[in-house]
Design a protein around this ligand. Structure first.
Ligand code: GSH
Length: 213
């Protein structure tokens, strides 16, 4: 049996990614939510793994932390979670790594907050990162037929989804092709299931709400 530990669904962009991957993989899993930024949160997270963060996937006695490591584990069970073509597969992996390491200006200027709707303009650095993000998406979209970055849905799209929500929440300007891609991700049945749970949450993380006010 698999168990995925996640953070608040309204805010935890890292948790959303492997959750989407496991859903697409049709691997049945239980989930347990650990409320972030509460007095005992860190202690609970450190009991799960030395990373001290969510997501964590429990596979029997093993604990796998990190959204990309969990996605790689799922792709061992269901290989078509990565694109078929070897060059695409390499590019998709590099893209996911970049989604983790890069774009901090966008993450900081527009933290994932699924309830949020604002049209206050982002600071320049955030806008610039958002443009770089769109350019990256368009690079892949223009090279492949289909609605997703590498044609069919792949882990790369799971890694793009939390960024796509920021374009909607913060009304970030986007090009028509990027807009179509964002709409596709936002209409995904599994994203909608996650979003519904997020919208039902009543917990508020003030520092995230204060950004861009
Ligand atoms: N690189 C990690 C990042 C995980 C991460 O930063 N998770 C946040 C929640 S979205 C967290 O657990 N924060 C709690 C903390 O750092 O105390 C991944 O991809 O899983």
């Amino acid at each position: 049996m698999l168990k995925l530990y996640i953070g608040n669904q309204n805010y935890s962009s890292w948790s959303m990614r492997p959750w989407l991957v496991l859903k697409k993989a049709e691997l049945p899993f239980e989930q347990e939510l650990i409320r972030l930024y509460m007095p005992r949160t860190k202690e609970k997270l450190l009991q799960l793994s030395s990373a001290g963060t969510v997501p964590v996937l429990q596979v029997a006695e093993d604990m796998i932390p990190d959204s990309l490591a969990i996605s790689e584990w799922a792709a061992k069970c269901v290989p078509n979670l990565w694109p078929k073509d070897p060059a695409d597969r390499k590019a998709a992996r590099a893209f996911c790594q970049q989604m983790q390491d890069d774009f901090a200006e966008l993450r900081n200027a527009a933290p994932m907050n699924l309830r949020r709707r604002t049209s206050n303009p982002l600071p320049k650095a955030g806008l610039h990162a958002a443009q770089r993000m769109q350019n990256r998406w368009q690079e892949f979209l223009s090279e492949h037929d289909g609605a997703f970055l590498f044609g069919d849905w792949s882990i790369a799209d799971a890694f793009a989804t939390p960024y796509a929500t920021r374009f909607v929440s913060y009304d970030i300007p986007r090009d028509p092709r990027a807009d179509t891609y964002i709409s596709e991700l936002m209409a995904d049945e599994h994203f909608l299931e996650w979003e519904m749970a997020a919208l039902a949450e009543e917990w508020v993380i003030e520092p995230a709400e204060a950004v861009g006010r």
